[in-house]
Design a binder for this molecule. Sequence first.
Ligand code: SAM
Length: 242
Amino acid sequence: MADRYYSAQPIAGDRITLVGPEAHHLAQVARARPGDEVLVFDGLGSEFAARVERVGRGEVELAVVARREVDRELPLELSVAAALPKGDRQRWLVEKAVELGVTRLVPLVTTRGVAQPVEKAIDRLRRTVIEASKQCGRTRLLEIAEPQRWDELCVRQAGRRCHRAVAHPAGGEPARSLFELLAPPRRVDSLVLAVGPEGGFTDEELAQATAAGWSLLSLGPRVLRVETAVSCLAALVAAASE
Ligand code: SAM
């Protein structure tokens, strides 16, 4: 796959202007010259073959050579609601979630959460989404939703074809149940999977979830870190919905 660049502006005509970090990457890191061809996507599902026309200070102009509709998404909507871990493990979690096709990440505010999801950190994670999408070939961006409190999110009404499950180390349905759920004819169009903080969900939070119709899902007898649990769940969904 050729080098890929992200345009924050939707691409409608036959010209693309890259600015900011993407222009820097193309001009300074990749040392692009007029005539070079690259791929550009705008996060809306298309991929554009484009030719560099002008490399300016802080911006690069390109001409669209071809437009392709590209679908590298999962066949269903996968939302992961997770209490984010600290530091670099947040970035790792987001990178793997993008690679594995997660549609939406909802940073959770929970009783035992250690890293409160602040706007500055969320903005950095949005940049990680772009970098990971460039690398893995996604043409739609994983959405990082506004942080939500678990006690509010878990009682929200879900659609008839939406399945919601909380990953829980102390038991629940085995993860292979996802294969039964997603086998054709698939009974759901969307999944919401929740992962708790390093200290786990409290008994009260788990009770709220089960009372609101969430099922519990086990990933085996070992306690996984938050980011490992998120990656396992996403990988299982990706494999089960192939
Ligand atoms: N002592 C905590 C507990 O008992 O919940 C451990 C929390 S674990 C580090 C963080 C989160 O990852 C958990 O809240 C759960 O959502 C998920 N998780 C970790 N291991 C899991 C497993 N074996 N099965 C299902 N979920 C798991």
